[in-house]
Structures are given as structure tokens and as C-alpha cells.
Design a protein around this ligand. Structure first.
Ligand code: DX5
Ligand code: ZN
Length: 217
């Protein structure tokens, strides 16, 4: 199996949003690699979070790359705007669009890396046809919509299936996991081939965030 270095993406859904600037500084200091930015529209998921104006402002506070996770229907309507607002990687949901190719194309045309995310019950094989065209696969390890949920162990098998397929095809794709990631659950996801770990609750509730990032890595 391809061994890639482990990166941590801090989900600011779990931070004190009234103090987003200092929270982002805290992420930076702790040694996280990305800011994970969860966009929810209240339609694709049962929750509404934040969007373009917050991203634009947050982007001016740090040099960290922004990893934008779009939990919105028909993401093709907004990908270009999120790219212009400062997203470095844009991940949209397989289940949210009828035109995957178009979504990938808009990411790339606007200078962004492209990722596809699958919900826990979506089979890994659904994204196999696109593996050669994307930079990252996000395997949701909880149902998207809320932070602080328990890790779903049945998703582990999909990480392994995707890494195996990517290796067979000789593709250097990143596999990200999101939801319920802690110092306990991170071990298995890494063993199965995930290399970018999103964490919200675990990092922001930690007594020592630097130590928490180290433990994940
Ligand atoms: C859930 C979001 C996650 C969430 C993870 O839909 O995509 O990024 O913030 O939160 P934790 O780490 O608390 O499970
Ligand atoms: Zn997310």
C-alpha cells in the first residue's frame, strides 16, 4: 500500500465561531496542516453552517490552506465562487450532483484541487470511475451534518477498497476521513490507507491542541 505522510485538517465547525480569528491562530500554532471549512445548506444536510463571506474573511487571517467541504445540493452552482473566495481544495458530495464531471472541471478551471465525498452508505465503487481525475476522496465516517458524532466503523472497509483501487491504477490520490476522528479511531483509518484526518471536537476540546495534533499524526 502507498504510504503517504499524515496530514491533519482542523474542522472549524467545532471551534468557538465568535472568535474565529484566534481559533484559526490556535490551529496554526498546534501544527495542523489545513483549515477544514464545512458548508451546509439545510437541504443536503439538516443543518446550516457558514458560507462565502466567512471564508473570505477567515482566509485573510492565515496562510494555512483551506479545505472546503461542500454539503450542498447542486454544488456546481457555487464551486467557482468558493474557489475565488480562497478555497484551495474543494470537496463536493457524490450524492449531491447529477454532473460529477462538471464539478471536477469547475474546480480545476478555477485553480482548485478537486475532491469527491461519499456518505457512509454510498459504496466506494461509485467514485472509482473518477479516481484518475481527482486529487482527493473524502470518506465520511459519520453521517454529514453535525460535529461531535460517533465514528462509524463499517466505513473502514471503503477506505481500504479505495486505497487498493488507487494503488492498482498507480494513482497518488489523497484519502480524507471526516467525523468522529480521535486519537483512538485514527489508528485504524491510517492502517486502511487514509492520509488526511479531519478533526473538530477532538481538537477543540483537547487540553493541549498541539499534543492532540501529534497524537493524530
Ligand atoms: C460533519 C462535518 C465534520 C465535522 C467533524 O458533517 O463534515 O467536518 O465538523 O466533527 P467531529 O470531528 O466533531 O466529528
Ligand atoms: Zn467536513
Amino acid at each position: 500500500m502507498t504510504k503517504k505522510s499524515i496530514k491533519v485538517s482542523a474542522s472549524i465547525l467545532g471551534c468557538d465561531l465568535g472568535n474565529i480569528e484566534s481559533e484559526i491562530k490556535r490551529i496554526e500554532k498546534a501544527g495542523a496542516d489545513f483549515v477544514h471549512f464545512d458548508v451546509m445548506d439545510g437541504v443536503f444536510v439538516d443543518n446550516i453552517s457558514f458560507g462565502l463571506p466567512v471564508l473570505k474573511s477567515a482566509k485573510t487571517k492565515t496562510d494555512l490552506s483551506f479545505d472546503v467541504h461542500l454539503m450542498i445540493t447542486e454544488p456546481e452552482r457555487y464551486i467557482a465562487e468558493f474557489a475565488r473566495a480562497g478555497a484551495d481544495i474543494i470537496t463536493f458530495h457524490f450524492e449531491a450532483t447529477k454532473d460529477i464531471k462538471k464539478c471536477i472541471e469547475i474546480c480545476k478551471k478555477n485553480g482548485c484541487k478537486a475532491g469527491i465525498s461519499i456518505k457512509p452508505n454510498t459504496p466506494a465503487s461509485e467514485i472509482f470511475p473518477y479516481l484518475g481525475e481527482i486529487d482527493m476522496v473524502l470518506v465520511m465516517t459519520v453521517e454529514p451534518g453535525f460535529g461531535g458524532q460517533g465514528f462509524l466503523y463499517f466505513t473502514l472497509e471503503k477506505i481500504e477498497q479505495i486505497r487498493k483501487r488507487a494503488d492498482e491504477l498507480g494513482l497518488d490520490v489523497d484519502i480524507q476521513v471526516d467525523g468522529g476522528i480521535t486519537d483512538k479511531t485514527c489508528k485504524e483509518v491510517k492502517e486502511r490507507g487514509a492520509n488526511i484526518l479531519v478533526a473538530g471536537t477532538y481538537l477543540f476540546k483537547a487540553d493541549n491542541m498541539t499534543k492532540a495534533v501529534e497524537l493524530l499524526k
